[in-house]
Design a protein around this ligand. Structure first.
Ligand code: HEM
Length: 217
């Protein structure tokens, strides 16, 4: 297909679409904040399983898990629906999107395609994960360790973590560009910072898995 014939229909932005964009950004930011806190919470097992148990007990006593779990799931589905307005689901849209992306050598449009793919993975896998967690309360380090040691959940978590970390880092980067925190000048620095964030997530997750794998249950 000739690139000159490729057109992307971009309708003018109306007020509603602008508001939905803000809602998508706010919900995405809150979800990113949740995943960051969740990593610290689960990662507390690295210091001590007792600490993880105490934190889980505290959150469950306050019903933060029982109520917060379904709320997170709803926010996640809502965030996905808001993002789906812009996803190139139809074959024609996808072909046009790819062609534009290649023509312009535009990393940002390629990053958007990565966002679409990781969003679908997160939606499916995090839904399964949250359902499993809520179905097997209370949360304890021993139960988490049993899932890793005997339940074959490690590959599942590695894929979920990779998708979530990549999606969050790209999302934060795009928010930074939108608010001109990331500018043409500091773009390479911002990208480096995002890579550091990814590495930090991978290290915490790696140590969490090692600790859960070695825990005597
Ligand atoms: C609100 C509901 C959630 C609860 C109660 C929860 C709880 C937990 C617990 C207890 C573990 C330890 C492993 C286990 O017990 O099997 C875990 C691991 C994990 N969770 Fe969640 N989680 C929730 C939501 C999420 C979401 C929304 C994501 C990502 C989008 C996520 C990603 C992960 C990952 C990747 C791991 C593996 C450990 C790691 O690599 O850091 N969780 N979660």
């Amino acid at each position: 297909m000739s690139l000159q014939n490729v057109t992307l229909h971009v309708p003018p932005k109306d007020k509603l679409s602008g508001r939905l964009d803000v809602l998508m950004m706010v919900s995405g930011f809150l979800l990113a904040l949740f995943v960051g806190m969740h990593m610290v919470f689960v990662g507390s097992v690295i210091i001590s399983p007792k600490l993880m148990n105490a934190l889980a007990w505290f959150f469950e006593e306050l019903y933060l898990v029982q109520i917060g779990g379904p709320v997170i799931l709803l926010v996640m589905v809502g965030h996905f629906i808001l993002g789906a307005r812009k996803m190139p689901f139809r074959q024609k849209e996808y072909v046009a999107f790819r062609a534009h992306s290649k023509m312009m050598h535009h990393t940002d449009t390629t990053l958007w395609l990565v966002q679409v793919a990781t969003a679908i993975i997160i939606l499916v896998m995090a839904s399964i994960h949250i359902y499993t967690m809520l179905d097997t309360l209370p949360i304890t380090a021993a139960k988490s360790a049993a899932r890793i040691q005997h339940g074959n959940w490690m590959p599942f978590y590695i894929v979920l973590l990779a998708a979530a970390a990549i999606h969050i880092v790209i999302g934060l980067y795009r928010i930074g560009v939108k608010f001109a925190v990331v500018t043409r000048e500091n773009r390479p620095k911002a990208r480096k910072f995002m890579v550091y964030l990814l590495v930090a997530a991978a290290v915490i997750s790696f140590l969490t898995h090692i600790r859960l794998s070695l825990l005597t249950i």
